[in-house]
Ligand binder design. Structure first.
Ligand SMILES: Nc1nc2c([nH]c(=O)n2[C@H]2C[C@H](O)[C@@H](COP(=O)(O)OP(=O)(O)OP(=O)(O)O)O2)c(=O)[nH]1
Length: 137
């Protein structure tokens, strides 16, 4: 049976440099959106607040995060499963710092991605949205 993983993720962009943020955990070779699983009984926005603080030390409020809705994509790490992600668009121009579970943070040009492993949700759905919103496409 295909598994569905419910996620809350941030599409974090810097409008000044026109770059979008992707992260890589120590546990994975693949870059993806910052965020993570929504716990039982937890609201999507609360899950994202928790995950962004844990992963990159970023504290968001509902004033600086705009809901973009739900997106589905194949999972990054396991074949045959899907993620169902609640995505929030966040403009942020200050430095962020990788916290313990994050191995690497990258600010990428969403219209011209580097030649690295990037999760399907990011590569095919969210980076194109970032590119359009930043006027790159
Ligand atoms: N955060 C995030 N996770 C993603 C994306 N795309 C994607 O397939 N995933 C997958 C990777 C993980 O299997 C899961 C996210 O779970 P998580 O952030 O709680 O990370 P985890 O793997 O450390 O959790 P766990 O399985 O060890 O409990 O969703 C994405 O863009 N962002």
């Amino acid at each position: 049976m295909p598994k569905i993983i419910r996620l809350a993720t941030g599409l974090i962009v810097d409008p000044v440099t026109r770059r979008a943020l992707i992260v890589r955990k120590h546990s994975s070779p693949i870059f993806m959106q910052a965020g993570g699983k929504i716990e039982a009984g937890e609201a999507a926005f609360a899950a994202l607040q928790r995950e962004l603080t844990e992963e990159i030390g970023l504290n968001i409020t509902s004033d600086n995060a705009t809901p973009l809705g739900q997106f589905t994509a194949p999972t990054a790490n396991e074949t045959g499963h899907q993620v169902l992600a609640e995505v929030f668009y966040i403009e942020h121009s200050e430095p962020v710092t990788a916290q313990s579970e994050i191995a690497e943070i990258l600010w990428v040009d969403p219209a011209s991605l580097p030649d690295i492993a990037i999760a399907p949700l990011s590569r095919y759905q969210l980076m194109p949205i970032a590119a359009r919103r930043l006027g790159l496409k």
